[in-house]
Design a protein around this ligand. Structure first.
Ligand code: AMP
Ligand code: ZN
Length: 469
């Protein structure tokens, strides 16, 4: 498997530090509001990378944080007159609901910044002791950027280029920095803000230090993959590297993966620009599986423009796979048991070529766009070659492959478990009523609809019975 590494700006063969294991850290959201669909892009694409690696047999240790101390959280808490934790806990819960609806697996650990303050103080102290950080007069602790010789290696910036922009870096209140390039590790509390005791002052951590600390605590000093949106490359990830490598004297992460932006009218979707849709907004119009499919229809390093047309195309695309699988479930019900015929066996072998295509696409830097095309080809092949005469084993083999590939993408296409008993009973009742009213078209429509979900109806003397295919 190859992944594009932002460090080298090249696709590299993926070789984990420990055979069979992957440690992966994905920077998570700041929780002061419902997440927008731009924030959902890294969640979906890196969840898919994780699923694929698990499919290949790796045990993946996946950590993703919640930033629960931040100016925006504090501002909102003050507006509502509540403690900041009320805001952060509310939006962590909402974010988890959105993740579940998008079929994003929970991380192995979801650490929160406010619960890791001790570790941050410890790492900051190490940086001070090693001469990589200093304490200013008011108790602010700064990282001494020039003390870390590799600074800029991720974003491919050099310190002299950064110097030319340094005037703008000297914002008011930061005059006490020894160098404009230095960044905050710890800052003194302000009135009305949450704070913690520290050796330097009562205050709170800077943003960058939290990921260095949580990554080390849950995954170790050296990890395989660190990921997030491309806006995090500079300064966030560059600063994380400086802190971690200066503190641990080890390479922080071997591979750095960054997703491109989700745009709207070719501009980055963001809360601050006001050009955003929340995941919740989209869920009012679409099943969120459609949003997931939409995200995966582009490669994660390509910008993706959100539009109503593309969402409709995604809906149709996903429907094609779901109806194919529903149809296979339906056909299986009446298909003959027994061994596959020679022809059927040959066709199943032929179908393997689409599975290989899928794997090749995913091995090529998680190219979900091409991987989904391979699923479509398999669906087309299946629709062409399966009929009412096909045997059950043959139908099942093709169905299992389509479901397996979709599942690697986190797409739920086998809907039979999805429909609830109460919904089935209600539809059966509606069909009975339609028949009584001699509306046979509607009655047949309901039967077909249920069949597509793998629900088989049987008219018996005792009434209508149903079972799952
Ligand atoms: P934030 O809450 O802004 O720190 O963002 C959480 C994650 O979402 C980070 O990995 C960001 O890079 C990512 N992100 C934010 N906006 C977008 C966007 N429009 N497109 C893709 N990723 C984004
Ligand atoms: Zn981070």
């Amino acid at each position: 498997m190859k992944v594009f590494n932002t460090l080298s700006r090249q696709k590299e063969e993926f070789v984990p530090l420990q055979e069979g294991k992957v440690s992966m850290y994905v920077c998570g959201p700041t929780v002061y509001n419902l997440i927008h669909i731009g924030n959902a892009r890294p969640m979906v694409v890196f969840d898919t990378a994780r699923r694929y690696m698990e499919h290949k047999g790796y045990a993946v240790n996946y950590v993703s944080n919640f930033t629960d101390v931040d100016d925006k959280i504090i501002k909102k808490a003050n507006e509502e007159g509540v403690d900041p934790s009320v805001i952060s806990e509310r939006y962590i819960a909402e974010c988890k609901k959105d993740m579940e609806a998008l079929n994003v697996k929970p991380a192995t650990v979801h650490p929160k910044a406010t619960e890791e303050i001790d570790g941050m103080i410890e790492m900051i102290q190490t940086l001070i002791d090693k001469g990589h950080a200093y304490v200013a007069q008011d108790g602010t602790v700064y990282f001494k950027t020039r003390s870390f010789k590799d600074y800029g290696k991720l974003s491919h910036k050099n310190l002299d280029d950064l110097r030319s922009g340094e005037r703008s870096l000297l914002v008011s209140g930061e005059e006490q920095k020894q160098d404009p390039l230095d960044f905050v590790l710890w800052k003194p509390k302000k009135e009305g803000e949450p704070y913690w005791e520290s050796p330097w002052c009562e205050g709170r951590p800077g943003w960058h230090i939290e990921c260095s600390v949580m990554s080390r605590k849950y995954l170790g000093e050296e990890i395989d993959i660190h990921a997030g949106g491309e806006d995090l490359i500079f300064p966030h990830h560059e600063n994380e590297i400086a802190q971690s490598e200066a503190a641990n004297d080890k390479e922080f992460a071997k591979y750095w993966m960054h997703n491109a932006f989700l745009n709207i009218n070719n501009r980055k979707m963001s809360k601050s620009a006001g050009n955003f849709f929340t995941v919740r907004d989209i869920s009012e119009k679409y099943d969120l599986q459609v949003l997931r499919f939409f995200m995966l229809s582009a490669h994660y390093r390509s910008p993706l423009n959100f539009s109503a047309d593309l969402m409709e195309a995604a809906k149709n695309g996903l429907d094609r796979i779901v109806s194919c699988v529903g149809n296979l479930s339906f056909l299986m019900e009446n298909a003959a048991d027994g061994e596959m015929s020679v022809d059927e066996r040959r066709l199943v072998e032929e179908a393997e070529t689409y599975v290989t295509k899928f794997d090749e696409a995913m091995d090529d830097d998680i190219n979900t766009a091409d991987a989904i095309s391979a699923i479509f080809e398999l669906v087309k092949f299946t629709n062409t070659n399966v009929s009412e005469q096909s045997g059950k084993a043959f139908i099942r083999a093709l169905k299992d492959e389509i479901v397996m590939l979709s599942d690697i993408c986190g797409l739920i296409v086998d809907k039979k478990e999805e429909i609830l008993e109460t919904e089935i009973e209600a539809l059966i009742q509606e069909r009975q009523d339609a028949r009584k009213a001699k509306n046979f078209a509607r009655a047949d429509e309901i039967r077909d609809m249920l069949a597509a979900q793998g629900i088989i109806l049987e008219d018996t003397r005792e009434g209508v019975k149903w079972k799952r295919a």
